[in-house]
Design a protein. Structure first.
Length: 316
């Protein structure tokens, strides 16, 4: 691209440094804050032909309309629930994401959160560090993972990777999807509340979006029961967060391992004080290897688009 003008693009919100460096080598990059006044963008920014953002920032109809020459939205994430897909279609704007490359790391974290929650790893770490153990305080007995019935909400790429990791130790793995999968040995449960009722552990790995909002509600948490544990590595919006806090506070479920929250990076204060809860700052894909692979996929989609070639991982 050294002999031709470099296409102008918008870096919408903060990006991973490796990705930013790759963008700057190829394109004329215009950083735009996620909370920028979109009515005051300068002409050079409004001429951008592509927009790159984290999935949590996405792309609203407003930012699309603020960029009249926009051709492509390239997401640095699998999830695209923060993109107004219908508006993108109406505008003829293509959308790409970064599937597959983060599957293993997200699945690893889900399993790590499960063990950390059930075995009280974070609470016991705090006990040791505070000196309470040395002073004679005894840690509470924990639950166990081996032999438990594990329900997975969403048996997509990540859900299957989680199931594969837990299959050797689980008493049974069952799952809920919109429809039954034909290529899995795991038992399908059509009703999500029934899935929770039959499970000792519930792992939420479904995609986000409006159709999944508050899928895990108070009724589903009550069905999981007072000995049940829930892990969420999906989207914070999939769980009714108020209902979750209430269920944990009342002892209607035993614990939770959470990597995602409804209003990230803000976490309900009540959760911060709960020893039966393990919290992560949305770290599912946050390994050096995966973030580099995600960035490379974003760049490959952009390169393909501007070369007139097929997109590698199109959503729209």
């Amino acid at each position: 691209m050294t002999d031709t003008p470099r296409p102008p693009i918008v870096a919408y919100g903060p990006l991973y440094p490796y990705l930013t460096q790759g963008l700057e080598r190829r394109f004329t990059v215009h950083p735009v804050a996620a909370d920028a006044d979109l009515t005051a963008l300068p002409p050079a920014v409004r001429d951008a032909r592509a927009l790159v953002s984290f999935g949590s920032v996405g792309a609203s109809a407003a930012i699309m309309d603020a960029l009249p020459r926009l051709e492509l939205i390239a997401l640095f994430s699998v999830g695209y629930d923060q993109v107004d897909i219908d508006h993108a279609r109406q505008r003829g704007i293509r959308v790409t994401n970064t599937p597959d490359v983060l599957t293993d790391d997200v699945a690893d974290l889900a399993v790590g959160l499960l063990y950390a929650t059930i075995r009280n790893i974070a609470a016991n770490d705090r006990m040791v560090r505070s000196g309470a153990w040395a002073r004679g305080e005894k840690p509470a007995l924990s639950g166990r993972v081996t032999g438990r019935r594990i329900g997975i909400v969403g048996l997509g790429r990540i859900g299957r990777a989680i199931a594969k990791r837990l299959d050797p130790v689980a008493g049974e793995i069952l799952y809920h999807n919109r429809r039954a999968a034909t290529d899995t040995p795991y038992r399908y449960v059509a009703d999500p509340i029934d899935l929770a009722r039959q499970s000792d552990i519930l792992i939420v790995a479904t995609s986000g979006g409006p159709e999944a909002a508050n899928l895990v509600d108070a009724a589903m948490l009550d069905a999981l029961g007072p000995d049940g544990v829930i892990v969420n590595i999906s989207r914070g919006s999939v769980i009714d967060e108020d209902a979750l806090v209430a269920a944990l506070a009342d002892g209607r479920i035993a614990g939770a391992g959470l990597d995602v929250f409804a209003a990230e990076p803000h976490v309900p204060p009540a959760l911060l004080a709960m020893d039966q809860v393990v919290l992560q700052p949305h770290q599912g894909s946050a390994t050096i290897h995966t973030r580099a692979a995600m960035a490379d996929l974003v760049l490959a989609n952009l390169d393909g688009h501007f070369a007139g070639e097929a997109l590698v991982t199109p959503v729209v």
